[in-house]
Design a protein. Structure first.
Length: 363
């Protein structure tokens, strides 16, 4: 029997596809009307953090007030040398402004339209408007908890990469092989260097991007469209974390790490969970068992998101310093396993406010 959550997910996708049909027609005219109000129609507030050669556009939607984890993200970015341009799809209260001011360069309130890529576009256009051309630009949103570890090495690795366009997670549809320009970068964390920021392909993409509050179109125009546009232009690119890099990392580990990878695995496919249970129940941990375990991990990650499936390995071995907040069934189950691993001392413990939010979202 098909689980109810899966049926509801497919029905929602179908609704979004149907709603996208008229949106394709009216979207460009709406974009022109919104652009006519830019930037005078936006409320802008100054924080106390200085402008630097590194800027982070942080898109948030916090209608009930800023979560403690949002403040933690701003503080961390500031410590890393980034001037935070906080683009809010909801009002910023005076209390939030006061609490976050020392960790934010500027606050911008915009209409709640266009999801993350609508906010990203406005943030980029504001930098153009202010003639700000950073050496390093991070673009991220509050759909993830970041950082899980203040000692994270993701940002330094992005800065040191020889690529001008770096994504935190690369997604490649199986069985497509991974390569420099394969798949897409997931949209919640990008790093872009100045040479790419000033390139024709980058400028043209954002000048012609049509924002929409239709999720189906946003994914295609935004998350998929952005990566594929820059990839097609041959922009030097790197995805720091990927399924292939995960498999390589696990293969280098002792068998105990493979066991923990399985113990903290998250599943929505009963046959894969049953297979995992059988592997853990086997007495032997010899070469044949390891080969079977690796084959299982390869099969599971070919079907489901690798980070959501095996958080112990992605965080503990690859060093991924973020977690998704969405309420997808696999992500909820992953967070339960993450909480177990942290409480058992098998993964680093994040700051208490962030961990409390993750624990609550695992219920």
């Amino acid at each position: 029997m098909i689980p109810r959550w899966k049926i509801e997910r497919e029905l929602q996708t179908l609704r979004e596809q149907i709603q996208s049909i008229p949106e394709r027609l009216i979207g460009p005219a709406r974009q022109r009307r919104l652009d006519a109000r830019f930037p005078s129609g936006y409320r802008m507030l100054h924080g106390a953090a200085p402008l630097t050669s590194r800027v982070a556009i942080f898109l948030v939607y916090q209608p009930r007030g800023m979560a403690a984890s949002v403040l933690a993200t701003c503080r961390h970015l500031t410590k890393r040398g980034y001037a935070v341009l906080l683009v809010a799809n909801s009002p910023v209260s005076s209390l939030d402004q006061q609490a976050m001011g020392s960790s934010v360069w500027r606050f911008v309130e915009r209409p709640n339209f266009g999801y993350d890529f609508g906010g990203y576009r406005d943030g980029i256009r504001l930098l153009w408007h202010w003639s700000v051309s950073p050496e390093h630009l991070i673009i991220l949103n509050d759909s993830v908890w970041f950082p899980l570890d203040e000692g994270e090495t993701m940002i330094p690795s992005m800065e040191q990469s020889s690529a001008g366009f770096v994504g935190a997670l690369r997604h490649v549809d199986h069985p497509q092989p991974e390569s420099e320009h394969a798949g897409i970068f997931l949209s919640y964390f990008f790093h872009i260097k100045r040479a790419v920021l000033s390139s024709t392909v980058f400028l043209d993409y954002w000048n012609h991007y049509v924002a929409t509050s239709n999720k189906y179109l946003t994914v295609r125009r935004g998350e998929r469209g952005f990566s594929r546009t820059l990839f097609a232009a041959g922009v030097p690119s790197e995805g720091l974390y990927s399924r292939e890099r995960l498999l390589q990392a696990i293969a280098r580990q002792p068998v105990e790490a493979v066991v923990k990878t399985l113990e903290y695995g998250a599943y929505t496919d009963p046959h894969l969970q049953q297979e995992r249970d059988q592997l853990l129940g086997a007495g032997a941990r010899d070469a044949a068992w390891r080969a079977s375990a690796m084959a299982h991990i390869e099969a599971a990650t070919a079907k489901r998101n690798f980070h959501s499936s095996f958080c112990y390995a992605t965080i503990g071995l690859l060093g991924i310093p973020l977690l998704k907040k969405n309420r997808g069934e696999l992500q909820v189950r992953m967070r339960r396993q993450y909480v177990r691993a942290v409480e058992a001392g098998d993964l680093p413990r994040p700051d208490e406010a962030t961990f409390a939010e993750i624990r609550e979202a695992a219920r």
